[in-house]
Write a protein that binds this ligand. Structure first.
Ligand code: KG4
Ligand code: ZN
Length: 345
């Protein structure tokens, strides 16, 4: 089969991305991947402000596409199709991306392909490792937390997920409660390094219940209680902060490890020929989480893969790749492609 080259566009949250990917399903590579974050625009508001995000995407998206083409050393004429995140996400941002992609498709006559952002994350191990179907994916980010059995590019079975907060959200809230910088994941992980994870006993929600569902919102309540007991003159000692971070992170690690073990049982019951677990989403950047899952997989004789950081967090290469899988299967969209705030897999 011929090699395909796709342009991908991502703008569903607070990262504007454009990327070029070339190859075939299960054997593709990234030619370029440009991501422009907006952290500094939202920092003062304690969260992503949809209107600010939408405006920033609209302003930056064309230059991201131009840079991605330049870095890949190709022109738009050499692209086979244009893939774009059509949801789920903040609707203003998704619209910016979809309108940009439609404009490029109309101007060049190239096929247009709408991609589900979650499918982009879930298919990333196919891009980075050529992961064979079916594989088990743990998708953990600021907005998402679910176990997916990935049977095919367009066929996913959800085994379970969070019933409240996503783990990234819990990391972000923890950082806010402890006056650490956003995004919370990296700062909490860094602070936890000097801490004693055993000093505080945080809950391990839902471990006593069967199944793969998880809950993380109770952790922040427990953390708030411990923090307030430690606060003196409205300040927290550095050692206390480190111990709180370490204890919190360990609770998240324990829950993810145990629930992954259960999801693994369900997956292995299907007797996959080459069993593999993959993680994706921003929280997959966490070293302690990666180490726990690596250990679990080694024990169970299952391959483990975690994409490089830049492909774990929001990016357009995963969108280009998911588009490549759709395009190779003969699927395209037309100019009626709609931006969807909600779009379950
Ligand atoms: O996938 P992502 O870039 O965006 C979406 O949420 O879709 O994930 C961002 C989330 C944030 O909540 C951030 O705090 C978390 O991923 N994160 C981490 C780490 N790095 C980023 N969480 C834990 N440990 C990390 N090292
Ligand atoms: Zn994402």
């Amino acid at each position: 089969p011929p090699s395909l080259t796709l342009l991908g566009i991502e703008s569903s949250c607070d990262d504007t991305g454009a990327a070029l990917v070339t190859g075939q399903p299960g054997a593709a590579r990234v030619l370029s991947s440009v991501v422009e974050g907006q952290a500094e625009l939202h920092a003062a508001f304690g969260g992503v402000v949809p209107e600010i995000a939408a405006r920033a995407h609209a302003e930056r998206i064309d230059s991201c596409v131009a840079r991605a083409l330049e870095e890949a050393g190709i022109t738009l004429a050499e692209v086979d199709a244009i893939a774009v995140t059509a949801g789920p996400g903040l609707i203003g941002g998704v619209l910016s991306g979809v309108m940009c992609a439609k404009g490029l498709a109309a101007a060049t006559g190239k096929p247009l392909i709408g991609v589900n952002h979650l499918a982009g994350h879930a298919l990333t191990p196919r891009l980075t490792d050529g992961a064979p179907f079916p594989y088990l994916m743990l998708l953990v980010s600021g907005g998402h937390c679910q176990f997916l059995l990935v049977h095919a590019p367009d066929r996913f079975t959800r085994l379970g997920g969070t019933i409240d907060d996503a783990p990234g959200e819990a990391f972000d809230k923890t950082a806010r409660l402890l006056a650490l910088p956003q995004p919370g994941g990296p700062s909490v992980e860094r602070t936890a390094r000097d801490g004693d994870a055993k000093r505080f006993r945080f809950p391990r929600p839902l471990l006593d219940r069967p199944g793969c569902d998880m809950s993380f919102s109770g952790l922040k309540t427990a953390l708030l209680r411990e923090r307030d007991a430690l606060m003196q003159d409205n300040t927290l000692r550095a050692g206390d902060r480190a111990d709180l971070c370490a204890g919190f992170q360990q609770a998240v690690v324990d829950v993810l490890r145990e629930k992954t073990a259960r999801a693994l049982d369900l997956y292995l019951a299907e007797a996959p020929a080459q069993p593999m677990i993959a993680v994706a989403g921003g929280v997959a950047a966490n070293g302690a989480i990666r180490a726990a899952l690596t250990g679990l997989c080694a024990e169970r004789g299952v391959a483990f893969t975690a994409p490089p950081l830049a492909l774990c967090t929001d990016n357009a290469a995963m969108i280009a790749y998911a588009g490549l899988e759709r395009f190779a299967a003969g699927e395209t969209d037309d100019m009626t492609l709609a931006a969807r705030p909600r779009w379950p897999l």
